[in-house]
Ligand binder design. Structure first.
Ligand code: EPU
Length: 484
């Protein structure tokens, strides 16, 4: 399947989707091909009444095996990295989630050719940016996915200019991108902000010394990508150490970049004239894995996770062991069993390797079922407790005081109509529904679809009673106007 830009005489922002017989993963007869018109707006405007819901009947333990998908937050920068070269970049283990579709559309809107694998290769994406014509990330795309700003550094480095819509605030906090901008200016870019857009230009970026005021994951990734093609050496201090940063550095290194220190606080990059194509397998999604672990723990299940990386989940595993959970880790698998009463334990979200903010909401659901009081402190985002109110509607005893949530357990959860506010908040509600008494209806599940690949199918395969309703629009077509 190939996504290519619409011919120049096109009058709307549409892309063609073609089945490609040349794809080794293509198993159907080669004569079968089709062209689908995708309107960019399909993903963004959907009357709320038509949006999908989950109906979940709680009470079943999760038993069996679940395969963990590739990490959305590693795949997004890896796809942006393809901008840095005119040769094809082949990415494997790309998750089939809404944010990835958004990024594909973004790249196609710039002139990239994006080919999708088929059948067994359906998680492979090949991106060719040899004909980038439009170095712009339009508001319609950026407003639905803030990670679109990851194209800023690569566009500037490769094309010498970029026009990227400024993301607004989002459900979990203000989330400015000032550190991306400051860093690029340190590399010699001229940047203006007008009419809601960031306009950046530079003849050729030059190496510089960047000390991030605050640790930022996509900021580190954006600047690392920009510096690969800058003239001379760049030293970046106070960098994010997340596995997704290290994975991006691994891809860039395969493309010919000279990077040292990724995964530590200081990254050194020797800029090169040109990068080339590469093939890379995206790391497993540690947050998807953690979400399934907590779901298994709470339902008193026995769940095997495959294709995961337990070394990326150290802080979560340690905390769950403190709560009384038993977890056995292999090289790329984990088994979680739980038949005991959970004990309360406090968490504080921190940058990696600390407890991830992206697991805070799911942990809060767990805390509602633990014996005693758990104090949850959110240090990364200022407004990431939207799920607390919804959990309270299901019977949880949670008091939010600024950046702290005090959860008193154990309180039985009962079914209710609840609503997702962001991606991880949605996951916390799905987990709560799996242990609630009765049938819970979860609205606005487009938030879940942004980052969890077919969560309902995976959960159903290990015994959960979950179904999707209201699928009047094409599957996964609905998306929010302001998102995390
Ligand atoms: N910040 C600034 N200025 C900047 C950039 C960040 O002040 O220029 C602040 C943010 O407001 C926040 C803190 O720095 O308070 C950390 O934000 P960071 O930049 O690290 O977040 P991000 O890169 O925008 C990524 C993930 C998030 C994850 C955070 C923290 C991607 C695509 N997104 O966001 O993932 O929560 O790091 O780990 O990698 C999710 O998957 O649900 C999600 C929100």
């Amino acid at each position: 399947m190939k996504l290519v830009p619409k011919p120049p005489n096109g009058n709307s922002s549409k892309v063609d989707t073609l089945l490609s017989a040349g794809d080794p993963g293509f198993k159907k007869p080669v004569s079968r091909s089709r062209t689908i018109r995708i309107d960019f707006r399909d993903g963004f405007v959907a009357p709320e009444s038509l949006m999908d819901k989950f109906v979940i009947r709680g009470g079943n333990p999760l038993v069996g095996s679940v395969r963990i998908s590739g990490a959305k937050n590693a795949a997004l920068p890896a796809m942006a990295a393809a901008i840095l070269t005119d040769e094809p970049v082949i990415l494997e283990n790309i998750p089939d989630v809404r944010d990835i579709q958004t990024e594909r559309n973004l790249l196609v809107s710039m002139g990239a050719e994006v080919e999708l694998g088929y059948g067994r290769a359906s998680h492979r994406t090949t991106i060719s940016c040899n004909n980038l014509v439009n170095p712009e990330a339009a508001y319609e795309l950026v407003k639905t996915m803030r990670a679109s700003t990851l194209v800023l550094g690569p566009l500037l480095a490769r094309m010498g200019r970029a026009r990227v819509s400024q993301p607004g605030g989002c459900a979990i906090g203000a989330r400015p991108i000032d550190l991306h901008i400051k860093g690029l200016e340190r590399l010699g870019a001229s940047i203006t902000q007008e009419h809601g857009y960031i306009e950046a230009s530079a003849e050729r970026l030059r190496g510089g010394h960047i000390i991030f005021d605050k640790i930022t994951v996509t900021g580190t990734e954006d600047l690392m990508m920009a510096a690969t093609l800058a003239e001379g050496e760049t030293i970046m201090e106070n960098c994010a150490r997340e596995p997704e940063v290290t994975d991006l550095a691994a891809l860039l290194t395969k493309m010919g970049a000279k990077i040292q220190g990724a995964g530590t606080h200081t990254i050194r990059i020797h800029g090169v004239e040109k990068l080339h194509g590469a093939r890379h397998r995206i790391i497993p999604d540690r947050i998807e894995a953690g979400t399934f672990v907590i779901a298994a723990v709470l339902t008193g299940g026995d769940l095997q996770l495959t294709s995961c990386d337990p070394t990326h989940l150290g802080s979560l595993i340690q905390k769950l062991e403190e709560c009384g959970v038993s977890i056995t880790s292999g090289t790329d698998s984990m088994r979680v069993t739980n038949g005991h009463q959970l004990q309360a334990a406090d968490i504080t979200t921190e940058e990696f390797p600390g407890f991830p903010t992206d697991m805070q909401a799911q942990y809060m659901t767990l805390a509602t079922q633990s014996q005693g009081t758990s104090i949850i402190t959110e240090n990364i985002f200022e407004n990431r407790f939207m799920h607390a109110g919804e959990l309270a509607r299901m019977g949880a005893n949670i008091k939010v005081e600024g950046s702290r949530a005090i959860v008193r357990g154990k309180t039985p959860l009962s079914s209710a109509a609840v609503q997702c506010s962001d991606l991880r908040a949605s996951a916390s509600l799905v987990i709560a529904a799996l242990v609630a008494d009765g049938e819970t209806i979860i609205d606005r599940v487009y938030h879940v679809d942004r980052g969890y690949e077919r969560i309902e199918e995976k959960l159903k395969s290990v015994g959960a009673q979950i179904r999707r309703i209201g699928e009047i629009l094409p599957k996964r077509a609905a998306a929010p106007s302001v998102v995390a």
